[in-house]
Design a protein around this ligand. Structure first.
Ligand SMILES: O=C(O)CCC(=O)C(=O)O
Length: 304
């Protein structure tokens, strides 16, 4: 079968044109986003949504984040990823399976409804995680396209997925906010280097395979520029699965915490990995495509 997005196979990287739509639904008057927002997502591959949640909901999400971080013993150990060289929590995976509040957040109409509209399908959670970047110790996430990994290592067939990063602490220009290359989602950068066995065990701390080469990154960054959206807790940064993104380490005393929810179209559910022997475990790449949400109402009340 022809693979339109081959990666980690050839000796040299290539820049290939995207073969899939970005916003799958045309805008309509009852859409959960404005026409300009849909156009921006389509054109730039990302969108920032402000004030989706009220203050009590943001408080509840922050309380839950503190609980998750304060008592990791209640969590499945495998889902906790620590920073290189320290015991600081870097990420907690499968948060929607380990916390009622995060499950409710993932199903919320304000997120799942938008994802379902943009992907024009029922959606399920392919991956969820809390990315915590502790003050002083939080390390970078190097540049990557999520789709490259999800296709190669998980078996996601097409570009019909998107991520929502829900800011749970203020993201400032200084504490390692997400950076994106707007417009990069229209180019698939193939990566070089065969995937090692159980690659995820190291890549979740520091990714070295499935990252683009310097020249391809420079080409994209010179062509499109780089933006680093910031915002107060509750802000949501939504981005396409092939948008090139990353973030710097946090050498400030101000922790940065974001919930990261990945919605995949049910019709785009996983197959066999396109470039690895064994798929990654379900806590990183779900193989249960039960559609999620959309649930209405106040997050705090509903999750109680
Ligand atoms: O949290 C960040 O800054 C980036 C996270 C990221 O790229 C990822 O989880 O794939």
């Amino acid at each position: 079968m022809h693979d339109p997005y081959p990666s980690r196979r050839a000796a040299e990287p290539e820049l290939l044109p995207r073969q899939d739509p970005v916003a799958y639904s045309p805008w309509r008057s009852d859409a959960p986003l404005g026409k300009e927002q849909v156009e921006q997502f389509d054109r730039e591959g990302y969108l920032v949504l402000h004030d989706l949640f009220d203050a009590s909901e943001v408080d509840a999400l922050q309380d839950e984040t503190r609980l998750l971080l304060a008592d990791p013993s209640s969590l499945d150990r495998e889902t906790i990823i620590t920073e290189r060289g320290s015991d600081e929590v870097r990420s907690i995976f499968a948060i929607h399976e380990q916390s009622h509040m995060m499950a409710r957040l993932a199903a919320d109409e304000r997120l799942a409804g938008i994802a379902s509209f943009l992907l024009d399908d029922a959606v399920y959670i392919h991956q969820s995680r809390l990315n915590y970047k502790p003050g002083f110790k939080g390390k970078e996430f190097y540049w990557h396209s999520d789709f490259e990994t999800w296709h190669t290592e998980d078996g996601m067939p097409r570009m019909r997925a998107l991520s929502m990063s829900v800011l749970l602490a203020e993201n400032t220009p200084n504490n390692g906010p997400l950076m994106v290359i707007p417009g990069s989602h229209r180019t698939f950068v193939t990566c070089v280097g065969e995937t090692p066995d159980d690659h995820y065990r190291m890549s979740l701390k520091k990714q070295e395979y499935g990252v683009p080469d310097d020249l391809s990154l420079a080409v994209l960054a010179h062509k499109h520029g780089i933006v680093a959206p910031t915002g107060k807790p509750g802000t949501v940064i939504l981005f396409d699965c092939n948008t090139m993104h990353g973030s710097n380490g946090n050498i400030t005393p101000f922790p940065r915490a974001n919930a990261f929810l990945v919605y995949n179209a049910v019709s785009n559910r996983l197959q066999k990995p396109f470039g690895a022997e064994k798929p990654r475990p379900p806590f990183i790449a779900a193989r249960d495509w039960e559609p999620i949400g959309p649930r209405r109402g106040n997050l705090r009340r509903e999750a109680a």
